[in-house]
Design a protein around this ligand. Structure first.
Ligand SMILES: Cc1cc2nc3c(=O)[nH]c(=O)nc-3n(C[C@H](O)[C@H](O)[C@H](O)COP(=O)(O)OP(=O)(O)OC[C@H]3O[C@@H](n4cnc5c(N)ncnc54)[C@H](O)[C@@H]3O)c2cc1C
Length: 474
């Protein structure tokens, strides 16, 4: 049946996967009218992502979803690369709480997570149009999206969160750069039976097996994930058959221990779109970057996109910044995600290398617990010059309690009263007093609405200067 319904909103989102739904949550919390169009009637029931890092846990907590998240996640105890015997080659044991106060990594069952975030978006008043497919798109001052039932969504902005084969990306003629990784893996999700006596690692493990590199992930509750690298001489049909699967699992478990939740053959690859914006249309999540899962950073990266874009759309919507602020979405996120994708590729190659299959010249810094520097935001709303700038507040976690409960806005953290720089006066800046020890002799720290550090100043003049530079980007 053809509909003539016309939905009008500030932001239309194509795709209610985890990234689109989280974007809707954050936008609603910032007061923007949001319509999400989703092709499927129910959340995608097969798991892909298995772990979430502490930065994204903090986002859930900041938006009042902390307790719901805790109920569906399990802290990860560690991660390593090991010989087939189980002997650790390199790795890390994870503490109960990391610098942000949350477990550094938690495991989850993605269908539960996706359903929770979708429900939360709707509970906040986002309109979720399920069972509708985006069909055509036009933009001038507005973006007009036509759906398969004939209805339209008219919005100021549209964000394509429609996954790896993104319709939005293709509709806008945006492309993907291939960063050169292509491996086929068989991914198995299992649920252990309550009476299973199988003895399995309690850490994520890359088994550097010269015959067949294998990944094991201890999932939430009784879920466990295995990933087996497909070899050139494999009969793929046989490998993925019931008999093939149980043969692969035989060193670990038997059919008495677990049921198969699903099996899927995936091509793990590494691609990044060089441009994430076309006019008032943006891409986020898998639609603009995909990476092999060895770091568990695909969904985490998409969540970072959502948080980065949301506060900028909200600020432009309120008249606190001009349209060019929205260009910083790509300039900040693209180098960050590119570095994450390259790291994930190196982690994958390190597995092969440590298995003695092929040397790629990758050093151990690409492994878990390795010394690879954290990715940093590219140029945008940050004043470089201090190591904390362009990073989440992991590097100054002592400031987080002082910011807890503050609304999403810019904040100036200082040990004593500091004047609001004139250039920031239109921005609803929060002042947060921290004790002198916490500030560690720093005069003032400017924190962005997404809780990334924007600037660190040594005195009032430095703060004024930093504020001028920040405002120039808005
Ligand atoms: C084996 C594997 C393991 C992984 N492990 C991890 C991990 O541990 N941690 C991690 O962070 N990431 C991991 N990932 C990556 C993670 O699963 C993805 O990054 C994440 O699911 C992407 O979310 P998304 O919302 O961008 O896209 P999707 O989840 O693909 O959602 C896109 C949505 O858009 C809808 N849609 C598409 N086209 C249209 C249209 N035309 N109209 C309307 N709706 C449309 C779809 O129905 C879908 O609901 C893993 C991936 C794989 C394959």
């Amino acid at each position: 049946m053809t509909s003539t319904t016309r939905h009008v909103c500030d932001v239309a989102i194509v795709g209610a996967g985890p990234v689109g739904s989280l974007l809707a949550v954050v936008l609603r919390d910032l007061g923007l009218e949001t319509v999400v169009v989703e092709r499927d009637l129910a959340p995608y029931m097969l798991p892909r992502a298995a772990v979430m890092d502490d930065e994204i846990q903090q986002v859930f907590h900041a938006h009042g979803l902390g307790e719901q998240l805790r109920a569906i996640t399990t802290p990860m105890r560690g991660a390593d690369f090991a010989k087939p015997s189980g002997e650790r080659i390199l790795g890390i044991d994870l503490p109960e709480a990391g610098p942000l106060g949350f477990p550094p990594v938690v495991s989850h069952f993605q269908p539960e997570l996706d359903a929770m975030v979708q429900r939360s978006a709707e509970a906040r008043g986002a309109t979720l149009l399920r069972g509708r497919t985006a069909m055509s798109l036009e933009q001038d001052d507005d973006v007009r999206l036509r759906l398969d039932d004939g209805s339209t969504v008219v919005s100021r902005w549209l964000v394509g969160c429609d996954g790896a084969s993104s319709w939005t990306r293709r509709a806008m003629g945006l492309t993907l750069d291939d960063l050169g990784f292509d491996q086929q893996w068989l991914v198995l999700d299992m649920e252990l039976s309550p009476d299973s006596t199988a003895v399995l690692p309690d850490v994520t493990r890359q088994v550097c097996d010269p015959v067949r590199p294998t990944t094991f992930v201890p999932g939430h509750a009784r879920y466990r994930r295995w990933e087996f690298q497909v070899q050139p001489d494999d009969d793929v049909e046989q490998l993925a058959s019931d008999a093939g699967i149980w043969n692969l699992l035989s060193p670990w478990i038997t059919p008495r221990d677990a049921r198969l939740v699903r099996s899927a053959l995936y091509r793990f690859h590494a691609v990044v779109a060089p441009q994430w914006r076309a006019g008032n249309v943006f891409l986020a999540g898998d639609s603009c970057h995909q990476m092999p899962p060895f770091l568990g950073q695909g969904l985490n990266s998409g969540s970072r996109d959502a948080v980065n874009l949301a506060w900028k759309l909200a600020l432009v919507h309120r008249g606190g910044a001009g349209d060019r602020l929205l260009d910083t979405y790509t300039t900040e996120r693209l180098p960050h995600v590119r570095s994450t994708v390259e790291h994930a590729v190196d982690t994958g190659r390190l597995i092969d290398q440590l298995a003695g299959r092929q040397s790629h010249g990758i050093d151990h810094s690409a492994g878990y617990g390795g010394a690879r520097p954290q990715p940093v935001l590219g140029p945008g709303v940050c004043v470089p010059g201090h190591p904390w700038v362009g990073h989440p507040m992991k590097f100054c976690p002592q400031l987080l309690p002082a910011l807890a409960g503050k609304p999403l806005s810019f904040a100036i953290v200082s040990a004593g009263p500091v004047p609001t720089p004139a250039s920031l006066s239109g921005l609803q800046v929060q002042h947060v007093l921290a004790d002198a020890d916490t500030m560690d002799r720093r005069h003032a720290i400017v924190v962005r609405p997404d809780r990334y550090v924007a600037a660190v100043a040594d005195d009032d003049a430095g703060l004024e200067h930093a504020a001028n530079l920040l405002v120039a980007a808005l």
